[in-house]
Design a binder for this molecule. Structure first.
Ligand SMILES: Cc1cc2nc3c(=O)[nH]c(=O)nc-3n(C[C@H](O)[C@H](O)[C@H](O)COP(=O)(O)O)c2cc1C
Length: 97
């Protein structure tokens, strides 16, 4: 049976986040061939293209977590008809080399 690692990114930093609870429930209910890694985005610096050549340790960790996964699961609230800024910031970091 193949194993798949899924990186889980929650778009809310709130302590009692419903989306975090939902993500935890998905992890518990998933079939055994899936393992999950929670990706932390709360300590990422604000994305600045000037820092692309000198990335913070938290940015490198984010990219390593994603590279080590076969899939990405986003669980996020809607903020002002879009995704929260913290999630967009993480995507901007992860999308750069
Ligand atoms: C800044 C902000 C903007 C929001 N914008 C929306 C929205 O556009 N649509 C919506 O349905 N809910 C909106 N909400 C409500 C959140 O989706 C709701 O509070 C959700 O439970 C937050 O997720 P969490 O419990 O994982 O922190 C907004 C909440 C905040 C704080």
């Amino acid at each position: 049976m193949s194993q798949y690692q899924i990186a889980v990114i929650v778009g809310s930093l709130r302590k009692d986040s419903f989306n975090r609870k939902l993500a935890d429930a998905i992890v518990k209910l998933a079939p055994p061939e899936f393992t999950f890694k929670q990706v932390h985005i709360g300590d990422l610096p604000l994305y600045n293209q000037d820092d692309d050549e000198n990335q913070a340790a938290s940015v490198k960790r984010l990219k390593d977590d994603i590279k080590g996964a076969q899939g990405l699961l986003f669980v996020t609230p809607e903020y002002n008809h879009s995704i929260p800024g913290v999630l967009k910031n993480a995507i901007d970091h992860a999308s750069q080399k």
